[in-house]
Ligand binder design. Sequence first.
Ligand SMILES: O=C(CO)COP(=O)(O)O
Length: 249
Amino acid sequence: MMRKMIIAGNWKMNKTPREALALIEELKPLVKNDDVDVVFCTPYVSLVLAVEATKDCNIEIGAQNMYFEESGAYTGEIAPNMLTEIGVKYVVLGHSERREYFGETNEIVNKKVLKAIEHGLTPIICCGETLEQREQGITVDLIRAQIKVALKDVAKEDAKNVVLAYEPIWAIGTGKTATSKQAEEVCAAIRQVVKEVYDQEVADAVRIQYGGSVNAGNAKELFAMENIDGGLVGGASLKADFGKVVNYK
Ligand SMILES: O=C(CO)COP(=O)(O)O
């Protein structure tokens, strides 16, 4: 089964709009690779500019979050049609930082996933364990539960198109990457749970990213793993290094 690789930069809360445009222009020539779907997930206020600036190239734009209602009295939130109208194609959902600092639960993530799909946005659904959970030996059980709840009521045809991102929390922003074996082990377990919830066809189609201190030096080994179909990259997506991550071969 040949799945197209997908490598996304999660800019998190970095870069003003002016800085975002400069970074996009810097990275544009560096991230050309027809074998990879390349996504930049910028802060909300830069999305309009980012979509405009990437019209003529292979970069698609994603948001880092979204609310699960259509509109209304939800001060500070952003609705799915606000994203689609400006040309945003992807949305990161359930990032561990949102779970930790903003109280997002698996149930909230599921509502957001369903709403994103309804609007034609491709969700990048994050899951991952803490170091404590890994040491307790409950990583796979926990990830299975996260994925099962996140995909609840997602139709088979839609499930094929979602992107799942395995991001061990202890590897995020720490410089401590999971070994390719550790990452592959969990990504294989994720594909297995997708197979159990749906079937082999969906499991073969769904793309699974690894995230957590991915950089130009470790991308090649991680992305060579059978069940790893790309990466969700934080720090290294904010510099020229991202070109090397995208052209990891
Ligand atoms: O959280 C991440 C991407 O969503 C990973 O961040 P780092 O690549 O900075 O570790």
